[in-house]
Ligand binder design. Structure first.
Ligand code: PLP
Length: 346
């Protein structure tokens, strides 16, 4: 697919949209008397609007990710990027998106809010991608294919070869959601960005970086896609606090690395210990910071754990996940408490 092909996928009203030009878009100098944005002149630390282009933050993220700001979009969580992609590419009641199941729920919610049909082919039994199923449900109105790797709630990475095949064969935008990539032995698919203008890679500060409360997500893509996202985003979507706090967090790479190692190590401990428990019928392989397990009576296990003060996620109603519970890897003591409670489950 070429950049021109990608532009052909954009909704016509969006392609021709002249975006809102904020006061800070029009004047970007630093030293001045700012009487352009109707702000309150008294200093509170937050009386000025944030940088709508997040220039400093993007440069810092770019250094870590090896991406220039022109190929980067920042959203109020990756959830905002998901929503904007759907609104930019999908014509309500005409276009559709494809989300192989089971997967992250926000693709479907965001699409449904826009009255966009969601096509839901199943993953294979081992949660790998079924390329034929996916391409079979696709038609000329299928604008976005959402692939999550490592996948939530199953935990597995999808094979690079299959992702590549879909990038070549699907005639729309392919979103690869890598929210959990830092926990995986697999490398990011980002190097493929230069070969595929239809590829969008989502990452987030909510998981490995420990900043879910700040709401910052990243979309990496060809500049054509990034320009479209910048056009449709709210002008000040990333607030001043978030821009500063994430810039600051980026200087603590060693600490983040240490957390990551502890979480990965604890994941191994949890898997070993869960294996010993009678209540646990199956533990699915995971490349993320959570573990999907299968039990005989998921509701009973869930309720029992809640009574013991441990909250996990019941995924047993989700396609292919009958009897399944999803457990996030916590601190060593939290994991011990979970195991102790599960051991006592009759
Ligand atoms: C947690 C998660 C995200 C992160 O969303 P944010 O809005 O960035 O917090 C994205 N995708 C998946 C699959 C997730 O599980």
């Amino acid at each position: 697919m070429t950049e021109q092909d990608v532009l052909g996928l954009v909704r016509k009203n969006i392609l021709h949209l002249s975006p809102y030009s904020s006061a800070r878009d029009e004047y970007q100098g630093k030293e001045a008397i700012f009487l352009d944005a109707n702000e309150n002149p008294f200093e509170t630390g937050y009386n000025r609007y944030p940088d709508p282009r997040q220039t400093v933050l993007k440069q810092r993220i770019g250094r870590i990710k090896g991406v220039v700001p022109a190929n980067m979009f920042l959203g109020n969580g990756s959830d905002e990027a998901i929503d904007l992609l759907i609104r930019a590419f999908c014509e309500p009641r005409i276009d559709n998106v494809i989300a192989p199941q089971p997967t992250y729920g926000m693709y479907e919610v965001s699409a449904t809010i826009q009255d966009i049909e969601v096509r839901r082919p199943l993953l294979n039994k081992d949660f790998s991608l079924n390329i034929d199923e996916i391409l079979n449900v696709a038609d000329m109105h299928s604008k976005i294919l959402f692939l999550c790797s490592p996948n939530n709630p199953t935990g597995n990475c999808h094979s690079k070869i299959k992702l590549q095949q879909l990038l070549e064969r699907f005639n729309g935008i392919v979103v690869v959601d890598e929210a959990y990539i830092d926990f995986a032995p697999e490398k990011s698919i980002m190097p493929e960005l230069k070969n595929h203008p239809n590829l969008v890679v989502l990452q987030t500060f909510s998981k490995a970086w420990g900043l879910a409360g700040l709401r910052l997500g990243m979309a990496f893509a060809n500049k054509v896609v990034i320009e479209i996202l910048n056009k449709v985003k709210p002008p000040y979507n990333i607030n001043v606090l978030t821009q500063h706090a994430v810039s600051e967090a980026l200087t603590r790479k060693a600490t983040t690395r240490k957390w990551l190692n502890t979480i990965i190590e604890q994941r191994g401990v949890l898997i070993e210990e869960l294996r010993q428990l009678k209540a646990v019928e199956k533990i699915y392989p995971t490349d993320a910071n959570f573990i999907l397990i299968k039990v005989g009576d998921p509701k009973a296990v869930y309720d029992y754990l809640v009574k013991k003060g441990v909250v996990i996620r019941d995924r047993s109603k989700v396609a292919l996940c009958e009897g399944c519970l999803r457990i996030t890897v916590g601190l060593p003591d939290e994991n011990k408490a979970l195991l102790k409670a599960l051991t006592n489950f009759a």
